[in-house]
Design a protein around this ligand. Structure first.
Ligand SMILES: *Cc1c(COP(=O)(O)O)cnc(C)c1O
Length: 402
């Protein structure tokens, strides 16, 4: 019996070797990776640049020292993250939920500084912000929350892409201090906030002096062809929580602040023992360097277009196919029925992917995926989807208990 706590319904496969966008399981079978460990493995597997940097850091003997001392790798990583975000200050942590916890604390502290004793944050329907108590309270899913009440208070929920709803909250609630939004919702089904909506939402934040928090934990760090989705909209947020792809596979998160949120925290307000240690920050610098050196933002745009156009073309006349949506290499393929069986069917054909929100196939490949590898993905996936949709609906409906 496994002693690992029973918190995941795991697929009985173990990947034991990786190279580029390819993985091999314990039986020697080869797979094309359309998931990147859930948007984490930015550079794929075994990237020489990341490997060399991590090996050198380990060889120095110093992989952790603590935040009681200056950490040169952390200074370098913060410089790089400030540059690509256009913001000023970086708090390093170890995961996405921690980055969001820091963001929530910044927003509350900002509120208290302005005389608001019970600050509230606007969050969205279908959002996902993490599994800690505050972040699961901010998350929209009842499945994530049920059984963990009492929830953390101080969140007001609004529908996505609906400015009138935000204006109504603004008119009735004087305790709002911030809006926290995923510019592209990941777990919720690859739901894209309209760029004009983001600009208008930012304008309301500016009018009301609310913080604009862009949770780019999943969609950020180059995945959509820009460093960050808010840059597609041409806006400058106040707080940007990051994690997933930031360390190329090494656990690291960051809460980045600027504009109205600059300087909110001072010594003693927040902390993390592991956050920003030399190993994690070496991974950040090497990942960002490699992304620039290999033009991976441009690659995400190019290969993303190949996959999006390829799937749309292959499936447009297939009944049961709804649409492909997303940006760059963050794509969702919506079907008209629950489709969790697609995961196993794709694995049988040597393709790794994920299904979220019941009926959305989620693609988050490594940003090093070439156009040719993208075409291979399209071929495998479009065949799997056609086979799946050709099954009697009753058979499809009875699946999905993953
Ligand atoms: C994954 C995710 C999180 C939580 O990240 P963890 O590292 O699992 O804690 C938060 N926000 C978004 C948008 C995510 O996709």
């Amino acid at each position: 019996m496994s002693h690992v706590m029973n918190t995941y319904a795991r697929i009985p496969l173990a990947f034991v070797r990786g190279e580029g966008v390819w993985l091999w399981d314990q039986h020697g079978k080869k797979y094309l990776d359309g998931l990147a460990g859930i948007a984490v493995n930015t550079l794929g597997y075994g990237h020489p640049r990341l490997n060399a940097a991590l090996n050198a850091r380990i060889a120095s003997g110093v992989i952790h020292t603590s935040n009681l001392f200056v950490i040169p790798d952390q200074e370098a990583a913060a410089d790089r993250v400030a540059k690509i975000t256009g913001l000023d200050e970086v708090f390093f942590c170890n995961s996405g939920c921690e980055a969001n916890e820091a963001a929530i604390k910044v927003a509350r502290y900002y509120g208290h500084q302005r005389g608001i004793d019970r600050p509230e944050i606007i969050v969205f329907e279908k959002s996902f912000h993490g599994r800690t108590l505050a972040t699961l309270s901010a998350t929209a899913s009842r499945k994530v929350q049920a059984g963990f009440e009492p929830l953390v208070s101080g969140f007001v929920r609004a529908p996505l892409n609906d400015l009138a709803a935000i204006r109504t909250i603004a008119a009735n609630n004087k305790n709002v201090v911030a809006v926290m939004i995923e510019p592209i919702q990941g777990e919720g089904g690859i739901n894209v906030a309209q760029l004009e909506y983001l600009r208008q939402l930012k304008a309301i934040c500016d009018q009301r002096e609310w913080l604009f928090i862009a949770d780019e934990v999943q969609c950020g760090v180059g995945r959509t062809g820009a460093w960050f989705v808010y840059q597609h909209a041409g806006i400058a947020p106040d707080v940007v929580p990051l994690a997933k792809g930031l360390g190329g596979g090494v656990a690291v998160g960051a809460c980045v602040t600027g504009n109205r949120a600059k300087g909110v925290f001072s010594p003693g307000k927040h902390g993390s023992t592991f956050g920003g240690n030399p190993l994690a920050c070496t991974a950040v610098v090497a990942t960002l360097d490699a992304m620039e050196e290999y033009s991976l933002l441009q690659n995400a745009t190019n290969t993303g277009r190949v996959i999006r156009d390829g799937l749309t073309q292959a499936l447009q006349s297939t009944s049961g196919f709804v649409e492909v949506r997303g940006m760059g290499l963050m794509l969702g393929v919506e079907l008209d029925r629950p489709c969790s069986d697609i995961v196993g069917m794709a694995l049988d054909q040597g393709l790794i992917l994920n299904v979220t929100a019941d009926n959305v196939i989620r693609l988050l490949p490594p940003l090093v995926m070439t156009a040719d590898e993208g075409r291979q993905l399209v071929q495998i996936l479009s065949n799997v989807i056609r086979t799946f949709l050709a099954r009697p609906v009753a058979a499809a409906a009875s699946s999905g208990a993953a």
